[in-house]
Design a protein around this ligand. Sequence first.
Ligand SMILES: *Cc1c(COP(=O)(O)O)cnc(C)c1O
Length: 456
Amino acid sequence: MPQDFVPGLLSRATEILEAQFGSLPPFQSDQDAAAIAQVLEGVARRLGDNYPYFHPLYAGQMLKPPHPVARAAYALAMNINPNNHARDGGRASSEMEIEAVRQIAAMFGWDEFLGHLTSSGTLANLEALWVAGQLAPGKRIVASEQAHYTHRRISAVLKLEFGEVAADNAGRMSLDALEAELARGDVGTVVATLGTTAAGAVDALDQILALRERYGFRVHVDGAYGGYFRLIPEALDEPARRAYAAIEQADSIVIDPHKHGLQPYGCGCVLFRDPAVGRFYKHDSPYTYFTSSQLHLGEISLECSRAGASAVALWATQQLLPLAPGGAFARDLARSRAAALELNRRLRTDPRERFQAPAVGVPELDIVVWKLAAETPEQASRLAHQIFVTCATNDLHLALVQLPQSWFALDGRATGLAGGGMVTCLRSVLMKPEHEAWLDRIWERFAAACEAVMGE
Ligand SMILES: *Cc1c(COP(=O)(O)O)cnc(C)c1O
């Protein structure tokens, strides 16, 4: 693990916090420090049973260590343990949430909006689709087959009919298939995913918005993973760049600070372009909305209790690393993107042609997927699995993903709709800023695993 300076950072900050409650009479709570220490040793032993998510050689799933300032701010807030449901439970952290969310909205070009943090991207999407359903009762929600699996489930929970739109061979929503759905006349909301979970594909939001002119529907952007790439248009290729440029015309946006935003889990965010949708949340609470006539966050969110510490950590992170194009946060994102392009280049130019990158489209962000060259999809899948396991025994952690075989068609069919069977592929999410500098070492271990599995 990297040198942990969080405990050192905390001592001075904790003193400052404590001093502000200095007028209270001191009190001791009856805790057995030795017993706690003993339990904690057991916890440490249990936690060793994990993949090393914090290390650059972990290049598998969407896991990015929280920034030290986020960890320290979160831990500092634990002295208070604020609840951002109401100002009665967390005055300072409610203010910090409002400020941090305003900065996220500004990244998308919005200064008037309604928004708040949630405990996850799933909850944030649920709120967006709940509002969509209130505005267009009885109409359908549609999303691409590559959209996050929770959209279907959320729709079921909300009792909204859900339609799946085919994706093309780049993993983007097929616009022809979307238009066929729209022609039925019952689509209330289209979910556009900017950064799919499997491959980081970016739906053509600009063109979906053009269809909105013609058919009239609500557009929800699921940027849970990819939202932050809005900060680095210069590092993206067309058509992804056009999609990101169009975000401000969406009706609602979800982004997960606990994915690319350097936050501990428990931090999603939903934004609505029209603040008037706040009317759907209107309710009273007989217990909590007393100490302030200002807005309580619980009055504009579906969840009740929520970690105020999440808002504190996010606020602190955005103080240190503002969400500005050209800033340090944006530069780190660009590093991830560069790492993905470099890995993709190496895969494509393998002199022995052992790897197949998708024929079109990806990587659009910092996720790389590739298939192993083999006679049959079954053999390719088996090889992927063997290489995945062999890499892991050598401390390189990749991921596996099921993708349509048609993505890898080398002939003219590559532009058509995805279809046919699935094949297990390797997948690497290069979301840590260190991944770029570690790419040679990642490649070395990957190449060694390939030799071991596929022969010299
Ligand atoms: C991760 C993800 C979600 C779900 O977010 P959670 O925070 O895991 O609940 C939704 N959509 C996309 C595109 C995602 O990548």
